[in-house]
Design a protein around this ligand. Structure first.
Ligand SMILES: Cc1ncc(COP(=O)(O)O)c(C=O)c1O
Length: 413
């Protein structure tokens, strides 16, 4: 078995740029380098044409009109613009009036790029409900309905979760929001380009997507802003030249935008085949690990999830040691580095998973160029590492002897 090391199984964090994307971008660095805002010469027109083509490519991937695509620097910015810009536009009372400004619903296992804008809005006088999912990690329309109030102005629920890949009830939540005339945003960073998307049929008002998750360049993304039924308005976060219909001032990142457009076009053509192939490889990986090792669990809903990723907790191993033992494989652990310590993932904790199991979890996410040989290598490496670490674990020995570790009363010295 020969595989090239180190191996990359962290495509939910970022993807390599597709060479076809790079090729499409190249002329826009040196030849067609104009500013699309230069309306009075052919350099500007050519750049504007390229941006317009990219707008169509992005729009086509999500079933939108090209005029509804606002280019941004990525999903963090798209989320901020949608959530802060949406809440401030549709507020019930102005800041400083002393009156409640409006109610927002989100989930407690959303990405920080949603949670932090929500926290900012709380400081500004908005009220936020953070829904808690069940152990499968899914947010349903029923949950959102239960949290809706007369003063709810915005709902923001991610389409698919970045750590466990679970898929929320987006069309149903969107339908509910439309019935209640509440603005609906979805962070679709992990979903778009992997699964068919139609913002009209799926009842979405605002949708965030990012280039680097779909084999495009980093630092470029888009926000879909619905123009009809309803026509969504936002308060811009940055002001200046009035580009992007005034929603996002600043000279456009033409090369990045061209790359994002090409990446969207390729996803539209290839996502069904990619999904099928990667789903089989993911299942092979998961089945081998769960059948060869005991005391492991797959986190999140077993079916309602993205095909190319899995999140697995391993009992009786220490997370950092497991990562070290598998250092030829790039993957994510269930621990997040904070300045002072390793914190267990709040997403896994949100599903009711304890600190120890959260720390000893791995997120493995496959991509367009992942091969079967790589998966075979990953299986042997991970299974071998867990077996080795468990051989050194007295707790695992006790567990094998049938002792319930959770009931042990440890002596204090
Ligand atoms: C669900 C989700 N939202 C937002 C982001 C942030 O995206 P970007 O890196 O484009 O700012 C990410 C990336 O990790 C993500 O997975």
């Amino acid at each position: 078995m020969s595989v090239k090391l180190p191996m990359y199984l962290d495509h939910a964090a970022t993807t390599p740029c597709d060479p076809r994307v790079v090729e499409a971008m190249l002329p826009y660095f040196t030849e067609t380098f104009g500013n699309p805002g230069s309306r009075n010469h052919c350099f500007g027109w050519a750049a504007e044409e390229a941006v317009d083509q990219a707008r169509r490519q992005v729009a086509s991937l999500i079933g939108a009109d090209r005029k509804e695509v606002i280019f941004t620097s990525g999903s963090t910015e798209s989320n901020n613009l949608a959530i802060k810009g949406g809440a401030r536009m549709y507020e019930l009372a102005p800041a400083g009036s002393g009156k409640p400004r409006g109610h927002i619903i989100t989930g407690n296992i959303e990405h920080k790029a949603v949670l932090d804008p929500c926290k900012r809005l709380e400081k500004e006088g908005f009220e936020v409900t953070y829904l808690e999912p069940g152990p499968d990690g899914i947010f349903t329309a029923e949950m959102v309905k239960g949290a809706m109030r007369d003063d709810t102005i915005l709902v923001t629920i991610m389409w698919a979760n970045n750590e466990i890949g679970t898929i929320n009830e987006i069309p149903e939540i969107g339908k509910l929001c439309h019935e209640r005339k509440v603005l609906f945003h979805t962070d679709a960073t992990q979903w778009v380009g992997k699964m068919p998307t139609n913002v009209i049929e799926d009842n979405v008002d605002l949708l965030s997507l990012s280039g680097h998750k779909i084999y495009g360049p980093k630092g470029v993304g888009a926000l879909y802003v619905r123009r009809r039924k309803p026509r969504v308005r936002l308060i811009a976060l940055q002001e200046g030249g009035g580009q992007e219909r005034g929603f996002r001032s600043g000279t456009l990142n033409v090369t990045g935008i061209v790359g994002l457009g090409k990446a969207c076009e390729l996803c539209a053509q290839e996502m069904d085949a990619d999904r099928e192939r990667l789903g089989k490889l993911r299942d092979k990986l998961e089945n081998a690990i769960t059948s060869r090792l005991d005391t492991v669990q797959v986190n999140g809903h077993p079916e309602r999830r993205l095909a190319h990723m899995t999140n697995i907790s391993f009992g009786f191993v220490e997370g950092e040691s497991l990562m070290m033992a598998c250092k030829d494989i790039a993957m994510s652990s269930g621990s997040a580095c904070t300045s002072a310590s390793l914190e267990p993932s709040y997403v896994l904790k949100g599903l009711g998973i304890g600190d120890d199991l959260a720390h000893s979890s791995l997120r493995l996410s496959l991509g367009r160029w992942t091969t079967e040989e790589e998966i075979d290598f990953a299986i042997e490496t991970i299974v071998g590492a867990v077996e080795k670490l468990r051989m050194l674990s007295p707790l695992y020995d006790m567990h094998k002897e049938g002792i319930d570790i959770t009931k042990i009363e440890w002596a204090a010295h």
